[in-house]
Design a protein around this ligand. Structure first.
Ligand SMILES: Cc1cc2nc3c(=O)[nH]c(=O)nc-3n(C[C@H](O)[C@H](O)[C@H](O)COP(=O)(O)O)c2cc1C
Length: 416
């Protein structure tokens, strides 16, 4: 059961039935779009740049800079894609926006589409979110009926349609270029970069791709201004983030806070502390790809720079809490199995690396491993770093390598 926390920035708080366009309009919905359509697109890009909004999909790339990467001159076709694949284990924030406030996303996409000169938007949603895809399709139809989406929006001459595209359960299809291949009807495998999607994306045309939460901030930035956005968070990490807490906590759920909130507060105040009064052992702070933190490392500010400095990642903000009863080698084995299964096999370091690590983890867990196996896992993790085509292999190496390094005694215990 997911608790829907009061959202402090992304939507008006605690409004019921916000998925319906009439309720959304009653609460000021689509005002930002009206304002945006009266402005030159370049001014909108400047506002997003000034807000210093960083992507919420994992890597934290500045959104405004990404929009600037689009080639100069307005080509016939440009695309905007919303990445709603939400495949990272431990992550369930985007579904809150799409299910309960779909018009916020449609409004954000339409503004971004106008600013970037796109003719068509896609929401690439994971297949497992079937009911949410239906919510989105209904909301798009409502917006089209009133003239906020589709042809000649609000009689401005600007046309922008949004289509919902369902994925088929592959984690790699969350990677932006694999996602593009998937929409094109090909196997979801990452492309070599450069060229980046901004210059050569969907069907070879310039394409901007963003996470759901990133696009959902756009109406606020346009309506209230970049400075209002920057009144949340801290330098380098402005705005809020929806943190999803799961695992051994009393109140799992999604909680929105300004970036910079303490991880300890999230676990012990929002999520009500550790289940059954047990002691905390470890926390994976940003989805399974983010390197694990030990219990004594949780007094940390949840922002891009602090987590990177601590050797981990803010990632998706999906926080997995592990109590004292958890075996870290068991978690490492499951993590290795996940990444080996989801590796697309296109590049050798990821295909072979994740599979050999899985094999070694299985052997260690069966009590048949050696100290050399532990060294071999660490060696592979080092070799994979920077050697894979996309971030999947590197993330696997970083996540598993950190578990082995920080909890080495537990792995050695399996050998003894
Ligand atoms: C294996 C893999 C899976 C990913 N899955 C997602 C995802 O489910 N959702 C997402 O927004 N970004 C995902 N990303 C990141 C995207 O490639 C891309 O950086 C992101 O959509 C950009 O959006 P942003 O600029 O708003 O952060 C994934 C990356 C990798 C390497």
């Amino acid at each position: 059961m997911v608790a829907i926390a009061e959202r402090i920035l992304l939507t008006k708080s605690n409004v019921r039935e916000l998925h319906s366009i009439s309720v959304y309009l009653e609460h000021g919905g689509y005002q930002a779009l009206k304002k945006a359509l009266s402005m030159p697109p370049a001014d909108i890009i400047s506002m997003v740049e000034q807000s210093e909004l960083r992507g919420r999909g994992g890597a934290g790339f500045p959104a405004g800079r990404k929009w600037r990467f689009l080639p100069a001159g307005r080509q016939l076709k440009r695309y905007l894609i919303c990445n709603a694949d939400e495949g990272e284990p431990g992550t369930f924030k985007d579904r809150q926006i799409m299910e309960f406030d779909p018009h916020l996303l449609i409004e954000g996409m339409t503004i971004a589409g106008y600013a970037t000169g796109s003719c068509q938007g896609f929401i690439y949603i994971r297949g497992e979110y079937d009911w949410i895809a239906k919510v989105l399709v209904r909301a798009i139809k409502e917006a089209e009926d009133i003239g906020f989406s589709g042809n000649n929006i609000l009689d401005t001459g600007f046309s922008f349609c949004v289509d919902v595209f369902r994925g088929a359960g592959s984690y790699i299809c969350g990677e932006e270029t694999a996602l593009i291949e998937s929409i094109e009807g090909k196997a979801g495998r990452p492309r070599l970069k450069p060229p980046f999607p901004a210059s050569c994306g969907l069907y070879g045309e310039p394409t901007v791709i963003h996470n759901v939460s990133t696009l959902a901030f756009v109406p606020f930035i346009i309506e209230r201004g970049p400075e209002a956005f920057k009144s949340f968070g801290k330098p380098g990490s402005y705005g809020t983030k929806m943190f999803g807490l799961c695992g051994h906590v009393n109140k799992p759920g999604v909680y929105e806070h300004p970036l910079g909130v303490s991880l300890k507060k999230l676990i012990y105040e929002d999520a009500g502390g550790i289940k059954g009064g047990k002691r905390l052992k470890a926390v994976i702070p940003g989805g399974l790809s983010a390197p694990v933190l030990k219990a004594n490392e949780i007094d940390i500010s949840m922002d891009f720079d602090s987590l990177t400095a601590a050797g981990s990642l803010l990632g998706t903000g999906g926080i997995i809490v592990l109590d004292e009863g958890v075996s870290i080698p068991f978690v490492a084995q499951k993590t290795a199995k996940f990444f080996a299964h989801e590796s697309c096999g296109k590049c050798t370091p990821c295909r072979e690396g994740t599979n050999v690590i899985r094999f070694l983890m299985d052997r260690l867990m069966q009590g048949k491993g050696s100290l050399n196996d532990i060294e071999q896992v660490l060696r592979l993790c080092r070799y994979m770093k920077g050697a894979t085509l996309c971030a999947l292999g590197e993330a696997a190496a970083l996540a598993i390598g950190t578990m082995v390094r920080k909890f080495r005694d537990e792995f050695e215990e399996l050998v003894k």
